[in-house]
Write a protein that binds this ligand. Sequence first.
Ligand code: GRF
Length: 202
Amino acid sequence: MNGVVLISGGGSNLQSIIDSAGRINLSIQCVVSNRPNVYGLKRAAKANIPSCVLDHNLFESRGDFDQALMSMIDDHHPDIVILAGFMRILTDEFINKYQGRLLNIHPSLLPKYPGLNTHQQAIDANDTSHGASVHFVTKTLDGGPVIAQKEVKINPEESAETLAAKVLKQEHVLYPEVIHWYTQGRLKLLNDTTATLDEQVI
Ligand code: GRF
């Protein structure tokens, strides 16, 4: 399967996908970053994967940016579009176009803590566990059907930084695994609210 990966930063999730691409049926055609000079672009270069920057600051509107992004993505005819630390809210038009082949990883046990600062929120709420979720992207922000999660324990002395590092380590296991299921054709989005694995509702 052909994939396009969208990033905004360090790209450690991108790296975990690159590292697993050989053993799963995934060919990363292109990495797109909305921010210039991020380390994720270096990771793509090291792996000989074409990359490009589409700086959202250079566009008048969210809609204009998404139009350019869609045209860049479509050049590669992807079977899967992977959001890997891509920190942009996408327009409905974008989501409609790729829904069913658009995945995201989010650093919380969704539906808890959509949005930003998830680690601090979990600590502030005195939660004893936290984690990461991979979900199909639908029009509700971080609200599409969850496919799989990994959980970590929150220690009494935990900081947002130590917790983020623990969660990130689990993300690197979780995302390639879910992408593997997708490339095997086992994962489907039935409608805005239902995902299936091997035809069983998740
Ligand atoms: C990850 O925690 C991901 O879940 C979130 O942003 C972070 C990106 O990290 N959406 P990286 O760029 O993959 O290292």
